[in-house]
Design a protein around this ligand. Structure first.
Ligand code: MG
Length: 248
């Protein structure tokens, strides 16, 4: 079921989203060689709780942590633990927070150190694909317009677009209808009207788009072990156009 949020509900989502945006800014500061992914997780959880929120990922279908940290060929859902961050890694951090019952969800990919040109291209293109998807989320457009905008940017760079995982509606649940694919499906999908809130989240790989889940039942990696990047924002469709709710 697709729900339209009231102005008041969108303001609550903006509060949740601001917490998420601030946590991602904190992660960027903390992400240095020598820190463990469990330490990043602890810092994120402390920040969310201090801000009056709750981490939405913790306990979600049994997920054991507050954030996902996915490194190099890991696309999404990496579990924080004793792994130590090293120079030269591609690190994707996904954060979700609930504030007064409303969710915010966002992700960014960082490079530890100065990225080689090819890797910087992957990361930048994923960010630009997200921006293009957001810009397409105007009243009167359809889900397919978002998918096409993301696909156009991603395929220009020749990157693999992950198909197994897609964006989603968001509100009082982290995952609501509709799904938001990062590639054209040939179906127009839902017409966007003010009050629809979406998490748009392109995931791109340097190589092919095929993924598999590791034995931990969470971590998703590219089958060809090529590097992957992931950017996500929660947005609201408004009369004035799309509004990013997860800005810092
Ligand atoms: Mg999401």
């Amino acid at each position: 079921m697709v729900t339209r949020k009231s102005r008041d509900e969108i303001e609550k989502m903006r509060r949740a989203g601001r917490i998420v945006g601030e946590v991602l800014a904190l992660m960027e500061e903390e992400l240095k060689p020598g820190i463990t992914t469990a330490q990043l997780d602890a810092a994120a959880e402390a920040y969310i709780r201090k801000a009056g929120g709750r981490p939405s990922f913790k306990g979600y279908q049994g997920f054991p942590a507050s954030i996902c940290v996915s490194i190099d060929d890991e696309v999404v859902h990496g579990i924080p633990g004793p792994r130590v961050i090293e120079e030269g890694q591609v690190v994707s951090v996904d954060v979700g927070a609930i504030w007064q019952g409303y969710h915010g969800d966002a992700a960014r990919t960082f490079y530890v150190g100065t990225a080689p040109e090819k890797v910087a291209g992957l990361i930048t293109t994923t960010r630009l694909a997200l921006q293009a998807g957001i810009a397409a989320a105007v009243p009167g457009a359809h889900i397919e317009d978002i998918s096409a905008a993301v696909e156009e940017v991603a395929s220009e760079g020749g990157y693999g677009i992950i198909r197994q995982y897609v964006g989603h509606g968001i509100g009082t649940a982290m995952h609501e209808d509709p799904q938001v694919p990062n590639y054209r499906t040939g179906r127009r999908g839902l017409e966007l009207v003010p009050g629809i809130c979406l998490a748009i989240e392109p995931m791109l790989a340097m190589g092919g788009y095929e993924c598999e889940t590791l034995a931990d039942r969470w971590t998703v990696v590219t089958v060809d072990h090529s590097l992957a990047a992931h950017f996500e924002h929660t947005i609201a469709v408004t009369e004035q156009g799309p509004q990013v709710l997860t800005a810092a």
